[in-house]
Design a protein around this ligand. Structure first.
Ligand code: C2E
Ligand code: CA
Ligand code: CA
Ligand code: CA
Length: 280
């Protein structure tokens, strides 16, 4: 029709070019960020529901741009993935977490285990297990301190290969959790074969728990089913994104083991996490 003529097309083109340019800019800036130490890790506490004790933390990437301020992972992780930069960034994160564990161990802090998110691009590299092994050795920490978070989509990808790789990681003594569980496709037959330790229930389900009526009931059934499944397979079940006492109560009722979320603590810099642990 008339309004889909060349004028409109041009406009569309221009905005696409702008988006592409912005991404390229962000990519350049991300390279610079790595070089000049603008990236850091924040740590979010995880708690056992039964004992109320701290069981560990999740390390989350933060980027503080000198002019633009904080840029959220939701913006820069996709750019890092598309450009492949997530591989060196991920390796840095792995090593930084291991070094942080060492510092906390030396300081006598009882911090439990620390998990680090792993991109699919890192996981499929033939040297990934070696990279993890070197990080643990270089920092001289017990491998049990380290946990790797891999999304359901990653582990359910090349499943046979994933099983081999996960077994190798677990032989090192490192723990593995399946992140964002329930948002991707899982084959139950494969889930049973996956050598992992933890299922993390995605925040999207947790959020539904304190709605009214049917949505809440459905969310509750889902949380219950995931918890049951996890326990049948001998796994721990952790719920992420817990923000309200109602959500916590529901999760406790269905037998979920561990929780993480703003209700207990936001992701924080290492020194703040240390204070948080000493005060709790
Ligand atoms: P994720 O692995 O699912 O991490 C949980 C996200 O939920 C984090 O967002 C965390 O700050 C946020 N969160 C935790 N508790 C609550 C809560 O109670 N309420 C709400 N509304 N949000 C909560 P963040 O830090 O922005 O990270 C977003 C995503 O970026 C992560 O999702 C993960 O997929 C990715 N990411 C972060 N750090 C890394 C990393 O080092 N490597 C890789 N590959 N990905 C990372
Ligand atoms: Ca995660
Ligand atoms: Ca998650
Ligand atoms: Ca999530």
């Amino acid at each position: 029709a008339k309004n889909e003529g060349p004028g409109r097309l041009k406009l569309f083109d221009a905005s696409m070019q702008q988006t592409a340019r912005e991404r390229l800019d962000l990519e350049h800036q991300l390279r610079e960020a790595m070089r000049s130490g603008q990236l850091s890790l924040h740590y979010q506490p995880k708690y056992s529901i039964a004992t109320r004790q701290l069981v560990g933390a999740e390390a989350l990437l933060r980027w503080k741009h000198p002019q633009r301020g904080m840029i959220s992972p939701g913006r820069f992780i996709p750019v890092a993935e598309d450009s492949g930069l997530i591989v060196p960034i991920g390796t840095w994160a792995l090593n930084e977490v291991a070094r942080q564990c060492k510092r906390w161990s030396d300081a006598g802090l009882e911090y439990g285990r620390v998990s680090v998110n792993v991109s699919g691009l890192q996981f499929v590299r033939h040297d990934f297990v070696g990279t993890v092994k070197r990080a643990v050795r270089a920092a001289s920490i017990p491998p049990e301190r380290l946990e790797l978070e891999l999304t359901e989509t990653i582990v359910m990808g090349e499943v046979e290969q994933a099983i081999v790789r996960l077994s190798a990681l677990r032989s090192l003594g490192v723990r593995v959790s399946v992140d964002d569980f329930g948002t991707g496709y899982s084959s139950l037959a494969y889930l049973q074969k996956l050598p992992v330790d933890v299922l993390k229930i995605d925040r999207s389900f947790v959020q539904e728990l304190d709605r009214e009526g049917l949505p809440a009931e459905q969310a509750r059934s889902l949380a219950q089913a995931i918890t049951f499944l996890g326990h049948q397979l001998g796994l721990d079940v952790l719920a992420e994104g817990v923000e309200t006492p109602t959500q916590l109560e529901q999760l406790a009722n269905v037998g979920c083991d561990e929780v993480q979320g703003y209700l207990f603590g936001k992701p924080m810099p290492p020194d703040a996490f240390e204070r948080h642990v000493r005060e709790s």
